[in-house]
Design a protein around this ligand. Structure first.
Ligand code: UDP
Length: 452
């Protein structure tokens, strides 16, 4: 039920050359104040999706700063749990309906089992970051240790949540010391002014296999091994097969663009990895049916028999494509946007949530409101290479300035600092005081994802 994820060490100095000195100095100075404390990040999947992607880098990065940081993955044994939490995710992003008493029972009962597991194993820390609704009930279900801080980090687009669901779950936030959201506009009205709130937009790790520069030839070799014609322009969306990523709208946009730009092809790259997303297969089938066997539309889902690692395949598609789309209709952040922009690609994104904070419309990509606008922008970018190149440069600069990993680490540490009383004597709940470390007794999984 609880898995401890081990990550290889991170070379801190390699980040320094990519960032303003001021930021790294601020970060290392702040980190010194927390030496001896234990931090834990917990989420519900080891791989797949944005949160796993962030933690895979953030946790080793915090360790490299000298902060003892653990990552644990929580997965209740009852498979209904993820059905319910995916429903909660959809409802909080605005779908209609309401949670049944049975669903709420599954949610709280499974979470209580996780809480019991944490209690009985005596897992303790000074600062807990609990990510997303899957983990939300835990602060209510776990007794708070003296001096311990618990932050709930919400990665969901809460622009227009289902009111009934928000009302049912909002009281759970009152058990936290602080709440973190990706955007100001996601903070629910009832929370403003009542609890400490932090705005912590996600970020990407420039040093992973996914994000280090890949030569165009190498990228073309990989996409062509995946069945794409390397001689023809490629339009691509890298995303889980998910309702809110609007893969049907992507197909519509592509079809419209193809009328003016014949010869283009489309790739929907959504290689299945997220254990907490039970809906992806259904969405894949629906999109394939919608694409109607069109030989120019490629949809990738099954992660078997691939010509390379998933991270390098994502990198290859983001590098080799002529146009990158992220046509979501709701988006908490959308790391894929930053990933592509970091590679010097302008991105055409849905005019929603986190995509709006990343793409400056008309400067480093375009924001679009429907498939027709999206189709027009695809044609414009395909036909104007110098526009593509200029926007791509602006896009990369924007990511360097705002959306690289150390900035997120700094945001989280600033939140922790502001929650601790000035001159606080830290309690060091995470200290083992000579006894065996209970985190060592957890089942362990080692993950890589970094250029060696
Ligand atoms: N991703 C991946 N392989 C795929 C599709 C997506 O590794 O085939 C990654 C993608 O590169 C990104 C993450 O999954 O790092 C998705 O994060 P994002 O914030 O864009 O969306 P989420 O899935 O969290 O809604």
């Amino acid at each position: 039920m609880l898995l401890r994820i081990n990550h290889p060490e991170l070379p801190l100095q390699q980040y320094t050359s990519l960032l303003p000195h001021k930021l790294m100095d601020e970060l290392t100075t702040l980190a010194k104040q927390f030496q001896g404390m234990r931090f834990v990040h917990a989420n519900s999947t080891a791989t797949g999706g944005g949160v796993a992607e962030i933690l895979q880098s953030l946790v080793p990065f915090m360790n490299s700063l000298g902060l003892a940081t653990e990552r644990i993955v929580v997965s209740p044994e009852d498979s209904q749990f993820f059905q319910v939490t995916k429903r909660i995710h959809n409802l909080l992003q605005g779908s209609s309906g309401s949670l049944s008493p049975e669903e709420l029972d599954v949610y709280f009962r499974c979470s209580e089992q996780v809480a019991e597991d944490i209690r009985s194993r005596e897992l303790q820390a000074d600062v807990w970051f609990l990510h997303d609704p899957q983990l939300l009930p835990l602060a209510m279900q776990l007794p708070k240790m003296n001096g311990e801080l618990r932050l709930w980090v919400c990665h969901i687009d809460l622009t227009a949540p289902n009111a009934e669901t928000l009302e049912a779950l909002a009281p759970l936030t009152s058990y936290y010391d602080g709440l973190a959201f990706s955007l100001d506009e996601f903070v629910p009205e009832g929370i403003v002014g009542r609890y400490p709130v932090y705005i912590t937009p996600p970020s990407i790790d420039p040093l992973t296999d996914k994000n280090t520069a890949m030569g165009r030839e190498e990228a073309l070799k990989i996409v062509s091994a995946m069945g794409v014609d390397p001689e023809r322009p490629l339009v691509c969306q890298v995303s889980r097969f998910d309702y809110w990523k609007d893969p049907w709208g992507v197909v519509d946009s592509f079809r419209q663009a193809r009328e003016s730009a014949p010869g283009i092809q489309l790739a929907l790259l959504g290689l299945s990895q997220a254990a907490d997303d039970p809906e992806a297969l259904g969405v894949l089938h629906s999109v394939k049916e919608y694409a109607g066997g069109d030989p120019d539309i490629h949809a990738y889902f099954y992660p078997d028999d691939l010509p390379d690692s998933i991270d390098r395949i994502v990198n290859a598609f983001q590098t080799a494509s002529s146009v990158i789309l992220q046509k979501s209709t709701r988006e908490g952040f959308g790391l894929t946007v930053s990933e592509a922009m970091w590679k010097g690609q302008p991105v055409i994104g849905g005019n929603v949530g986190g995509i709006r904070t990343q793409i400056e419309d008309g400067v480093c990509g375009f924001l679009v409101n429907n498939p027709q606008e999206c189709g027009e922008r695809i044609v414009q970018l395909i036909q104007d290479e110098s526009l593509r190149s200029n926007m791509g440069k602006a896009a990369q600069e924007r990511i360097r300035e705002k959306f690289l990993l150390p900035r997120l680490a700094l945001d989280y540490l600033k939140a922790v600092r502001s929650l601790l009383p000035l001159n606080a004597t830290l309690e060091h709940n995470g200290s083992t005081n000579g006894r065996a470390d209970p985190f060592d007794a957890l089942e362990q999984l080692s993950l890589n994802g970094r250029k060696q």
